[in-house]
Design a protein around this ligand. Structure first.
Ligand code: 5RP
Length: 262
Protein backbone atom coordinates (compact mmCIF):
# COMPACT_ATOMS: atom_id res chain seq x y z
CA UNK A 1 0.00 0.00 0.00
CA UNK A 2 2.83 2.39 0.77
CA UNK A 3 3.84 2.23 -2.90
CA UNK A 4 0.58 4.02 -3.77
CA UNK A 5 1.88 7.25 -2.25
CA UNK A 6 4.88 9.13 -3.61
CA UNK A 7 7.89 9.42 -1.25
CA UNK A 8 7.10 13.09 -0.66
CA UNK A 9 3.49 12.33 0.26
CA UNK A 10 4.64 9.59 2.64
CA UNK A 11 6.96 12.12 4.31
CA UNK A 12 4.17 14.69 4.62
CA UNK A 13 1.72 12.10 5.89
CA UNK A 14 4.12 10.85 8.56
CA UNK A 15 4.81 14.38 9.78
CA UNK A 16 1.06 15.05 9.94
CA UNK A 17 0.38 11.79 11.76
CA UNK A 18 3.04 12.58 14.36
CA UNK A 19 1.56 16.06 14.88
CA UNK A 20 -1.79 14.56 15.89
CA UNK A 21 -0.05 13.55 19.16
CA UNK A 22 -0.33 17.21 20.17
CA UNK A 23 -4.12 17.27 19.73
CA UNK A 24 -6.38 16.19 22.60
CA UNK A 25 -10.13 16.16 23.08
CA UNK A 26 -11.53 19.53 24.10
CA UNK A 27 -8.91 21.50 22.19
CA UNK A 28 -9.46 24.34 19.76
CA UNK A 29 -7.11 23.68 16.87
CA UNK A 30 -5.89 25.99 14.09
CA UNK A 31 -5.88 24.08 10.81
CA UNK A 32 -3.25 25.13 8.29
CA UNK A 33 -3.39 25.30 4.51
CA UNK A 34 -1.52 23.36 1.83
CA UNK A 35 -0.83 19.77 0.90
CA UNK A 36 0.90 18.85 4.19
CA UNK A 37 -1.79 20.49 6.31
CA UNK A 38 -4.41 18.63 4.23
CA UNK A 39 -2.92 15.34 5.47
CA UNK A 40 -3.25 16.59 9.03
CA UNK A 41 -6.90 17.54 8.51
CA UNK A 42 -7.58 14.07 7.11
CA UNK A 43 -5.81 12.38 10.04
CA UNK A 44 -7.79 14.48 12.54
CA UNK A 45 -11.02 13.75 10.68
CA UNK A 46 -10.30 10.04 10.99
CA UNK A 47 -9.69 10.45 14.75
CA UNK A 48 -12.98 12.36 15.09
CA UNK A 49 -14.89 9.63 13.27
CA UNK A 50 -13.17 6.51 14.62
CA UNK A 51 -11.80 7.48 18.04
CA UNK A 52 -14.36 10.02 19.25
CA UNK A 53 -11.85 12.89 19.29
CA UNK A 54 -13.74 16.06 20.21
CA UNK A 55 -12.15 19.18 18.76
CA UNK A 56 -13.18 22.48 17.23
CA UNK A 57 -11.15 23.53 14.20
CA UNK A 58 -10.35 27.05 13.02
CA UNK A 59 -9.35 26.82 9.35
CA UNK A 60 -6.82 29.20 7.80
CA UNK A 61 -8.45 29.26 4.36
CA UNK A 62 -11.70 28.50 2.59
CA UNK A 63 -10.00 25.40 1.09
CA UNK A 64 -9.15 24.03 4.51
CA UNK A 65 -12.62 24.89 5.84
CA UNK A 66 -14.21 22.80 3.08
CA UNK A 67 -11.88 19.86 3.70
CA UNK A 68 -12.35 20.00 7.48
CA UNK A 69 -16.15 19.93 7.14
CA UNK A 70 -15.90 17.11 4.58
CA UNK A 71 -13.94 14.92 7.00
CA UNK A 72 -16.27 15.64 9.92
CA UNK A 73 -14.36 18.24 11.96
CA UNK A 74 -16.51 20.91 13.64
CA UNK A 75 -15.47 24.24 12.17
CA UNK A 76 -15.69 27.52 14.08
CA UNK A 77 -14.37 31.01 13.35
CA UNK A 78 -11.37 32.52 15.11
CA UNK A 79 -13.67 35.09 16.69
CA UNK A 80 -15.81 32.29 18.13
CA UNK A 81 -12.71 30.50 19.40
CA UNK A 82 -11.00 33.69 20.68
CA UNK A 83 -7.82 31.74 21.47
CA UNK A 84 -6.50 28.36 20.32
CA UNK A 85 -4.61 25.57 22.07
CA UNK A 86 -2.53 24.73 19.04
CA UNK A 87 -2.16 25.50 15.35
CA UNK A 88 -0.64 22.94 12.99
CA UNK A 89 0.41 24.12 9.54
CA UNK A 90 2.86 23.47 6.72
CA UNK A 91 5.65 25.78 5.60
CA UNK A 92 7.58 26.74 2.52
CA UNK A 93 10.88 27.18 4.38
CA UNK A 94 12.16 26.93 7.94
CA UNK A 95 15.56 27.72 9.41
CA UNK A 96 17.46 26.55 12.50
CA UNK A 97 15.63 29.09 14.71
CA UNK A 98 12.28 27.81 13.36
CA UNK A 99 11.62 31.04 11.52
CA UNK A 100 9.52 30.47 8.43
CA UNK A 101 8.51 31.66 5.01
CA UNK A 102 4.86 30.83 4.38
CA UNK A 103 2.24 31.81 1.85
CA UNK A 104 3.03 29.53 -1.08
CA UNK A 105 -0.67 28.76 -1.06
CA UNK A 106 -1.61 32.43 -0.70
CA UNK A 107 -3.05 31.99 2.79
CA UNK A 108 -0.31 33.47 4.99
CA UNK A 109 -2.47 36.34 6.27
CA UNK A 110 -5.06 34.09 7.91
CA UNK A 111 -2.34 31.58 8.80
CA UNK A 112 -0.35 34.23 10.68
CA UNK A 113 -3.41 35.59 12.51
CA UNK A 114 -4.46 32.09 13.57
CA UNK A 115 -0.96 30.93 14.56
CA UNK A 116 -0.36 34.08 16.59
CA UNK A 117 -3.61 33.48 18.47
CA UNK A 118 -2.45 30.00 19.57
CA UNK A 119 -0.62 28.74 22.65
CA UNK A 120 1.61 26.78 20.31
CA UNK A 121 2.37 26.62 16.60
CA UNK A 122 3.53 23.31 15.18
CA UNK A 123 4.88 23.10 11.64
CA UNK A 124 4.79 19.88 9.65
CA UNK A 125 7.07 19.44 6.66
CA UNK A 126 9.19 17.19 4.53
CA UNK A 127 12.97 17.60 4.66
CA UNK A 128 13.13 19.78 1.54
CA UNK A 129 11.75 22.75 3.51
CA UNK A 130 14.85 23.14 5.72
CA UNK A 131 17.19 26.01 4.75
CA UNK A 132 20.30 27.60 6.24
CA UNK A 133 19.08 31.09 5.32
CA UNK A 134 15.53 32.09 4.44
CA UNK A 135 14.81 33.51 1.01
CA UNK A 136 15.27 30.88 -1.72
CA UNK A 137 11.48 30.54 -1.71
CA UNK A 138 9.88 33.77 -2.98
CA UNK A 139 8.53 35.82 -0.08
CA UNK A 140 4.76 36.38 -0.48
CA UNK A 141 3.35 39.81 0.37
CA UNK A 142 -0.41 40.29 0.57
CA UNK A 143 -1.34 43.75 -0.74
CA UNK A 144 -4.70 45.44 -1.11
CA UNK A 145 -5.86 45.91 -4.73
CA UNK A 146 -6.30 49.69 -4.32
CA UNK A 147 -3.12 51.38 -5.57
CA UNK A 148 -1.37 48.05 -6.04
CA UNK A 149 1.12 49.45 -8.58
CA UNK A 150 2.11 52.22 -6.18
CA UNK A 151 2.50 49.71 -3.35
CA UNK A 152 4.62 47.53 -5.61
CA UNK A 153 6.85 50.49 -6.54
CA UNK A 154 7.29 51.33 -2.85
CA UNK A 155 8.25 47.72 -2.11
CA UNK A 156 10.78 47.73 -4.96
CA UNK A 157 12.27 50.99 -3.69
CA UNK A 158 12.43 49.61 -0.14
CA UNK A 159 14.28 46.48 -1.29
CA UNK A 160 17.19 48.56 -2.65
CA UNK A 161 18.44 49.24 0.89
CA UNK A 162 17.67 45.75 2.29
CA UNK A 163 20.17 42.95 2.89
CA UNK A 164 18.87 40.62 0.15
CA UNK A 165 20.45 38.97 -2.90
CA UNK A 166 17.62 39.35 -5.42
CA UNK A 167 15.06 42.12 -5.88
CA UNK A 168 12.60 40.87 -8.53
CA UNK A 169 8.94 41.32 -7.69
CA UNK A 170 6.21 39.40 -9.51
CA UNK A 171 2.45 39.42 -9.09
CA UNK A 172 0.98 36.01 -8.30
CA UNK A 173 -1.35 34.88 -11.07
CA UNK A 174 -4.09 32.30 -11.33
CA UNK A 175 -3.96 31.49 -15.04
CA UNK A 176 -4.45 34.77 -16.87
CA UNK A 177 -6.06 36.56 -13.90
CA UNK A 178 -4.42 37.90 -10.74
CA UNK A 179 -4.50 35.49 -7.81
CA UNK A 180 -7.01 36.75 -5.23
CA UNK A 181 -6.68 35.76 -1.57
CA UNK A 182 -9.57 34.75 0.69
CA UNK A 183 -9.54 38.37 1.91
CA UNK A 184 -9.91 39.71 -1.64
CA UNK A 185 -6.30 40.91 -1.86
CA UNK A 186 -3.45 40.37 -4.34
CA UNK A 187 -0.12 38.62 -3.68
CA UNK A 188 3.28 39.94 -4.72
CA UNK A 189 6.13 37.42 -4.64
CA UNK A 190 9.56 38.86 -3.77
CA UNK A 191 12.40 36.85 -5.32
CA UNK A 192 15.05 37.70 -2.75
CA UNK A 193 17.20 34.52 -2.96
CA UNK A 194 18.72 35.22 0.46
CA UNK A 195 17.30 37.32 3.32
CA UNK A 196 20.15 38.62 5.48
CA UNK A 197 17.98 40.31 8.12
CA UNK A 198 14.44 38.87 8.22
CA UNK A 199 13.38 40.96 11.26
CA UNK A 200 14.30 44.26 9.67
CA UNK A 201 12.73 43.25 6.35
CA UNK A 202 9.48 42.14 7.97
CA UNK A 203 9.12 45.35 9.99
CA UNK A 204 9.89 47.64 7.07
CA UNK A 205 7.64 45.83 4.58
CA UNK A 206 4.70 45.96 6.97
CA UNK A 207 5.12 49.75 7.31
CA UNK A 208 4.21 50.28 3.64
CA UNK A 209 0.52 51.33 3.72
CA UNK A 210 -0.81 48.99 0.99
CA UNK A 211 0.92 45.95 2.49
CA UNK A 212 -1.42 43.83 4.58
CA UNK A 213 1.06 41.16 5.73
CA UNK A 214 4.26 39.46 4.64
CA UNK A 215 5.01 35.72 4.73
CA UNK A 216 7.83 35.83 7.31
CA UNK A 217 6.81 34.01 10.50
CA UNK A 218 9.40 35.09 13.07
CA UNK A 219 9.31 33.78 16.64
CA UNK A 220 5.86 32.23 16.03
CA UNK A 221 6.67 28.55 15.45
CA UNK A 222 7.46 26.39 18.51
CA UNK A 223 7.89 22.92 17.03
CA UNK A 224 8.86 21.59 13.58
CA UNK A 225 8.03 17.98 12.72
CA UNK A 226 9.86 16.67 9.66
CA UNK A 227 8.76 13.42 8.06
CA UNK A 228 10.90 11.19 5.84
CA UNK A 229 9.62 8.65 3.34
CA UNK A 230 11.43 5.80 5.15
CA UNK A 231 9.39 6.38 8.31
CA UNK A 232 11.80 8.60 10.28
CA UNK A 233 10.36 11.66 11.97
CA UNK A 234 12.43 14.45 13.53
CA UNK A 235 10.77 16.64 16.14
CA UNK A 236 12.53 19.91 16.98
CA UNK A 237 11.04 21.85 19.89
CA UNK A 238 12.56 25.30 20.29
CA UNK A 239 10.73 25.97 23.58
CA UNK A 240 12.65 23.25 25.43
CA UNK A 241 15.61 23.02 23.04
CA UNK A 242 15.09 19.35 22.16
CA UNK A 243 15.55 17.38 18.97
CA UNK A 244 14.11 13.86 18.96
CA UNK A 245 13.84 11.13 16.39
CA UNK A 246 10.75 8.94 16.21
CA UNK A 247 10.19 6.08 13.79
CA UNK A 248 7.09 4.82 12.07
CA UNK A 249 7.44 1.22 10.97
CA UNK A 250 6.72 1.59 7.27
CA UNK A 251 6.83 -1.69 5.36
CA UNK A 252 5.28 -2.36 1.98
CA UNK A 253 2.76 -4.74 3.58
CA UNK A 254 1.97 -2.15 6.25
CA UNK A 255 -1.45 -0.56 6.05
CA UNK A 256 -0.46 2.74 7.71
CA UNK A 257 -1.30 4.61 4.50
CA UNK A 258 -4.10 2.37 3.35
CA UNK A 259 -7.11 4.48 4.32
CA UNK A 260 -5.57 7.58 2.84
CA UNK A 261 -4.36 6.08 -0.41
CA UNK A 262 -7.78 4.67 -1.35
C1 5RP B 1 -0.01 28.16 2.37
C2 5RP B 1 1.23 27.80 3.08
C3 5RP B 1 1.61 26.35 3.09
O1 5RP B 1 1.70 25.93 4.41
C4 5RP B 1 2.93 26.18 2.41
O2 5RP B 1 2.81 26.72 1.09
C5 5RP B 1 3.35 24.72 2.35
O3 5RP B 1 2.50 24.02 1.50
P1 5RP B 1 2.72 22.48 1.22
O4 5RP B 1 2.44 21.76 2.50
O5 5RP B 1 1.71 22.17 0.13
O6 5RP B 1 4.13 22.29 0.75
O7 5RP B 1 1.94 28.60 3.62
O8 5RP B 1 -0.19 29.54 2.33
Amino acid sequence: MTSELSPIDKAKFIAAKQATEYVKSGMKVGLGTGSTAAWLVQCLGEMVRDEGLLIKGVPTSSRTARLARDVGIEVITLDEAKWLDVTIDGTDEYDAELNLIKGGGGAHLQEKIVATASDRMIVIADASKKVDTLGAFPLPIEVIPFGMRTTRALIEETLISMDVLGRDVTQRMNGDAPFVSDEGNFILDLHLKRIGNPRQLSLILNQIPGVVENGLFLDICDVVIVGHADGRVEVTDITNDTNEQVRFDVRDDDNIFQDFAD
